[in-house]
Design a protein around this ligand. Structure first.
Ligand SMILES: *Cc1c(COP(=O)(O)O)cnc(C)c1O
Length: 393
C-alpha cells in the first residue's frame, strides 16, 4: 500500500510501528538491549532476527528501524542503515566495500571530512584515489578504469554549488562495475531521485535538512538490501557508528515536516538568488537554477528545485564579506545548513580554512565568498536583511 503513496504521505506515515498502546507519536525505545523469554529464544534470535525482534541497539532498535524504513520508502531505496552522523555514513559506505589495492575516482570538491577519509585514511590502507573536476564529464571518463571499485561524489558541491551529471557519471562507472556512492545532502530527499539517475548508494547527513532544527547529529546510508544488510550493516554494527534511538526519534519527527520546510526554503532561496543577481556589491551569485549558473540545464534535469543554499561572492574580498556577515540581523553566523534558521558561513576562513590557497582557488573558494543556507523565515524579511547588510559594505 505505502508504495503507492506520494512522498509527503510517506514522510508522515511510512515505517511506523505501534506498541500495544496504540500511541499516535512514534515511541522512543531508549533501550540498549532486549529481553528473551527463554534461553532457547535467545539462541534462536542470534541465529535469525524476525521483523519485530532486536538484539542490541548497535545492531538495531525499533525507533531507529522506524526511521530507516521511513527514509528508505521516501528515497525509493530497498533498505537503509542509520548512523551516528553524516560522516559515520560516508565512512561506512566507503570502508565497508573497499580494500587495499582498490581504485577510487572522486570529485575534488568535497566536504572537508570526506576528503580526509579519502586522502588520509583510505590512502593509508593502500586504496588509490584519483580526483577529478566533478563537472567535467571527460575527466570522469578518463579517470574511471576497468579496476575502479568505487566512484564518489557530492551531487551538488559545497560551497560553490557545482552540479555533477549523475546519470552520465553512473553510466561510465557501471561499464567498469564500479559502485556509485553519492553524498546527496544539498540535493535533499525532497528534490532528488539519485537512485533513479544511477546511484547505487545514497548518503545523507541527517544533521542538515532532515533534523532541520539544529538539534542532533545523524546520518543514513541507502541502497540495495544486499549491500545495506550485507557489508554495510556488518561494518557499522561491529565498528559502533549506529544512530542513537533518541536521535532517530528526532529525525522521524524531522521527516514529518521535511517536504514543507524544504519547499519553503527552496522558494525563498530562488527568490533571493534572483533578487541579488546583478547587485553592484556582488561579483557573482551562485545558485543552480539561475540562468547564469554553468550547470543550470543539468540541475533542472536532475532536481525538482534549485535547493535551499546559495552562495554570493562580494566585491572587496574578506573585508567586505566580514562587514556583510557582521551587519546581518536575522541570518546567523554558523556552519550548519538546511536549518529552519537562515545561516551564513564564510567558507575560506571556517569550513575550508585548512585547504591550501591553490586548492581554494581551484574550487572557487574566494575571500569574498559567503554561503547562505536559507531558512523558513519570511522571504521578504530575509531579502531585506541581506540588502541592508550589503548596504553596510
Ligand atoms: C554536513 C555534511 C557531511 C557530514 O555530516 P555530519 O552529520 O556533520 O557528520 C557530509 N557531507 C556533506 C555534503 C555535508 O554537508
Amino acid at each position: 500500500m505505502s508504495k503507492d503513496w506520494n512522498a509527503r504521505t510517506k514522510m508522515v506515515h511510512s515505517g511506523s510501528r505501534r506498541s500495544q498502546y496504540g500511541e499516535v507519536s512514534e515511541s522512543i525505545f531508549l533501550t540498549q538491549g532486549f529481553v528473551y523469554d527463554s534461553a532457547e529464544a535467545a539462541e534462536a534470535r542470534f541465529i535469525e532476527t524476525g521483523e519485530d525482534e532486536f538484539i542490541y541497539a548497535r545492531y538495531g532498535n525499533p525507533t531507529v528501524r522506524m526511521f530507516e524504513d521511513r527514509i528508505a520508502a521516501i528515497e525509493g531505496a530497498e533498505d537503509a542503515f542509520a548512523t551516528a552522523s553524516g560522516m559515520a555514513a560516508v565512512n561506512g559506505a566507503l570502508m565497508s566495500v573497499l580494500k587495499a589495492g582498490d581504485h577510487v575516482v572522486s570529485a575534488r570538491a568535497l566536504f572537508g571530512s570526506c576528503l580526509y577519509i579519502l586522502e588520509e585514511i583510505l590512502a593509508r590502507f593502500g586504496v588509490e584515489i584519483t580526483f577529478v573536476d566533478g563537472a567535467d564529464i571527460e575527466q570522469w571518463r578518463a579517470a574511471i578504469r576497468p579496476d575502479t571499485a568505487v566512484v564518489f561524489l557530492e551531487s551538488v558541491s559545497n560551497p560553490t554549488l557545482e552540479v555533477v551529471d549523475l546519470k552520465s557519471v553512473s553510466e561510465i562507472a557501471h561499464e567498469s562495475d564500479a559502485l556509485v556512492v553519492v553524498d546527496n545532502v544539498f540535493a535533499t530527499p525532497v528534490f532528488s531521485r539519485a537512485l533513479e539517475l544511477g546511484a547505487d548508494v545514497v548518503v545523507y547527513s541527517t544533521t542538515k535538512h532532515i533534523d532541520g532544527q539544529g538539534r542532533c547529529l545523524g546520518g543514513v546510508v541507502l541502497g540495495r538490501e544486499e549491500f545495506i544488510r550485507g557489508p554495510l550493516e556488518a561494518y557499522m554494527k561491529h565498528t559502533g557508528g549506529s544512530m542513537s534511538p533518541f536521535n532517530a526519534w528526532v529525525m522521524l519527527k524531522g521527516l514529518e515536516t521535511l517536504d514543507l520546510r524544504v519547499r519553503a526554503q527552496a522558494a525563498s532561496a530562488q527568490a533571493i538568488a534572483e533578487a541579488l543577481e546583478g547587485h553592484d556589491k556582488l561579483e557573482r551569485v551562485l545558485f543552480p537554477f539561475l540562468a547564469s549558473h554553468p550547470h543550470q540545464a543539468i540541475a533542472k534535469a536532475q532536481f525538482e528545485k534549485g535547493g535551499t543554499v546559495l552562495s554570493i561572492d562580494l566585491k572587496g574580498g574578506q573585508e567586505a564579506a566580514f562587514t556583510f556577515l557582521n551587519a546581518l540581523e536575522i541570518c546567523i553566523i554558523s556552519n550548519n545548513l538546511g536549518d529552519a534558521k537562515s545561516i551564513v558561513t564564510h567558507p575560506a576562513t571556517t569550513t575550508h580554512q585548512r585547504l591550501p590557497d591553490d586548492q581554494k582557488e581551484l574550487l572557487g573558494i574566494t575571500p569574498g565568498l559567503v554561503r547562505i543556507s536559507v531558512g523558513i523565515e519570511d522571504t521578504q524579511d530575509l531579502l531585506n536583511d541581506i540588502l541592508q547588510a550589503l548596504e553596510a559594505v
